[in-house]
Design a protein around this ligand. Structure first.
Ligand SMILES: NC(=O)c1ccc[n+]([C@@H]2O[C@H](COP(=O)([O-])OP(=O)(O)OC[C@H]3O[C@@H](n4cnc5c(N)ncnc54)[C@H](O)[C@@H]3O)[C@@H](O)[C@H]2O)c1
Length: 306
């Protein structure tokens, strides 16, 4: 393959991300986990699926970061998942130590890499990655908005009985209970959502979107969602490696955009080979802006707790 991607954490999200990258032949993949043999075993298992599925990407697994050297993109999923009844914020202290250590190891071996953070609490972990790596904001971003928007898109498609392919939506803000679904910017084959659904139904979809992660956690009983989170992560990886200039909602370090400064927030961003190439500014209504500011307060509180 022309590209190399590292995925740290060979758990549910990590291993599924590796599988999706390899099957799409996006890149060769190094998969690292503190449980070295588990990562090695999953990598071998995945490679043994290659002859059946016919993909040529190479997957190497283990606990030694030397296998990650020269990665174009590193996806960080290492950490503890949420348990039922546990908020993302409860994870802060434990995952801060894990993510900080992981980033140190990665940047030593791939100083030019682009970091995509997945570990929760997402916006705070992005800040840890930014501080520890010392990278410019173009090369540190978080995955959340693509997932949250995908959930919203699915709920809209199911409600209207239309193809998911016809539905677009944006979810901005922090990746938590204060996320900001933007139905005004949601469309079904170009038709604005408010023309298709009543305000009550839209609010029900917004609410289900905000609680989308918790809904899965409660059903699974153990661990949290990973099929959609891995798909969302790979969407970002693919936009970068293939220089697509795709506009995706990502957690991005803001420098005054949306009136916010020095904080990671989910906003639409253009992803290409240089990473986060541009923050796309939407004209928000007063109510939408107020919701975004509320979300920013929640993220600031979290980062302050770091
Ligand atoms: N941003 C999002 O939208 C989103 C979505 C889903 C999950 N997540 C988060 O992603 C993370 C991973 O979720 P999961 O379901 O894959 O969990 P998981 O428990 O299945 O996998 C996590 C893996 O990290 C490994 N790990 C722990 N400490 C490590 C270290 N120091 N170095 C290397 N590896 C280490 C564990 O051994 C485990 O294999 C969690 O924090 C979860 O909350 C975020």
């Amino acid at each position: 393959m022309d590209h190399k991607v590292t995925v740290v954490g060979a758990g549910h999200v990590g291993a599924t991300t590796v599988q999706r990258i390899a099957e799409a032949e996006l890149a060769d993949v190094a998969m690292v986990d503190i449980m070295a043999d588990m990562a090695k075993g999953k990598a071998l298992d995945l490679m043994e699926s290659a002859p059946v599925l016919g993909f040529n990407a190479k997957i190497e697994g283990g606990g030694d970061y030397d296998i990650t050297a020269g990665s174009d993109v590193c996806v960080v999923t290492a950490g503890l998942p949420r348990k039922p009844g546990m908020s993302r914020d409860d994870l802060l202290a434990k995952n801060r130590a894990i993510v900080g250590g992981v980033i140190e190891e990665l940047v030593k071996r791939s100083p030019d890499t682009i970091l995509i953070i997945v570990t929760n609490p997402l916006d705070a972990m992005c800040e840890v990655a930014r501080q520890v790596s010392g990278f410019p904001r173009e090369r540190v971003m978080g995955m959340a908005g693509v997932l949250d928007a995908a959930r919203m898109r699915y709920f809209i498609a199911a409600e209207l009985g239309v193809s998911v392919e016809d539905v677009d939506a944006f979810v901005l803000g922090g990746h938590g209970d204060t996320m900001v679904p933007l139905p005004r910017f949601a469309t079904v084959n170009g038709v604005p959502l408010p023309q298709l659904l009543s305000a009550d139904r839209i609010e029900a979809i917004n609410d289900r979107t905000r609680k989308g992660g918790g809904e899965i956690v409660n059903l699974l009983k153990e661990g949290s969602a990973y099929y959609a989170p891995s798909a969302a992560s790979v969407d970002m990886v693919s936009a970068i490696l293939r220089d697509k200039k795709k506009i995706l909602p990502c957690a991005v370090y803001l420098n005054g955009e949306y009136g916010l400064d020095g904080i990671f927030m989910g906003v639409p961003a253009k992803l290409g080979r240089r990473g986060m190439e541009e923050v796309v500014q939407l004209e928000l209504s007063g109510a939408e802006r107020a919701e975004l500011e509320r979300s920013a307060d929640a993220v600031r509180e979290l980062v302050g707790a770091l």
